[in-house]
Design a protein around this ligand. Structure first.
Ligand code: C5P
Length: 229
């Protein structure tokens, strides 16, 4: 399956975002919106971006007791959301209940599991009582997610080869931390190019600032799409 590009629309204002996205409509299919806009504008923001012609990846990283996560997902009933994130750390039962709720309320939505946030290093994990190295912890949570029936995971590009080695092709791997060779790193440290991420088994790559801050966003998008092909 070809690797697809997702633009992380990390902007404050929906009108600024829509204006930015208009010329990109034929250039990419997916946009990611997160808590920043969701909490400011409410769930209707999902419909607005879908109406503008994009598949919406809603990055809410839900994490609570199973019943609460399932109820939250049901509150999104019918929203045109193609992907939605939950934390695998919530456990197998939470993931199962989330999938049941999604099958009922959001049948078109692929739930993605978040494993270890890339902001957590070994010392931070140890601080919350996790003695495994980050990669080992990612593996444990990825296996749990797959066994619980999850059909997608968010991961760092450096985790791709390991995760692909034991996960079936039906599990989508979605990875941020992508930088074309010519782009600035911003605050990302362990990055991969779009082409390398595609070769390593990414189903989707998430790119924000290299497009959001480009002098010519259409050209920057086309360059990434070309690399992915
Ligand atoms: O601008 P940049 O390409 O770094 O944006 C990457 C996007 O992916 C942001 O929305 C960021 O929050 C998200 N992300 C990330 N690293 C993770 C998880 C999500 O960069 N581990």
């Amino acid at each position: 399956m070809a690797t697809e590009l997702i633009l992380a629309v990390d902007l404050d204002d929906k009108d600024v975002a829509k204006k930015f996205l208009a010329p990109l409509c034929g250039e990419l299919s997916w946009v990611k919106i997160g808590l920043q806009m969701f909490l400011k504008y409410g769930p209707g923001i999902v419909d607005e971006f879908a109406d503008a012609g994009f598949n919406v990846f809603l990055d809410l990283k839900l994490h609570d007791i199973p019943n609460t996560v399932a109820s939250a997902i049901k509150s999104l009933r019918g929203r045109p959301c193609g992907m939605l994130t939950i934390h695998t750390l919530g456990g197998a039962e939470m993931m199962r209940r989330a999938m049941e709720a999604a099958a009922d309320a959001l049948p078109q939505t692929r739930l993605l599991g978040v494993t270890v946030l890339t902001s957590m290093d070994e010392a931070q994990l140890s601080g919350i009582g996790v003695s495994r190295a980050p990669m080992q912890q990612v593996e444990v949570l990825a296996k749990l997610a797959a066994e619980s029936g999850m059909r997608g995971l968010v991961c760092s590009p450096l985790e791709l080869p390991c995760l692909r080695s034991f996960l079936g092709e039906e599990i989508a791997l979605v990875t941020p931390g992508i930088r074309p060779r010519t782009a600035a790193l911003d605050d990302q440290s362990r990055v991969m190019t779009p082409a390398d991420a595609a070769k390593s088994g990414a189903s989707y790559i998430v790119v924000g600032r290299p497009i959001l801050k480009a002098d010519d966003p259409v050209a920057a998008t086309r360059m990434i799409q070309q690399e992915l092909r």
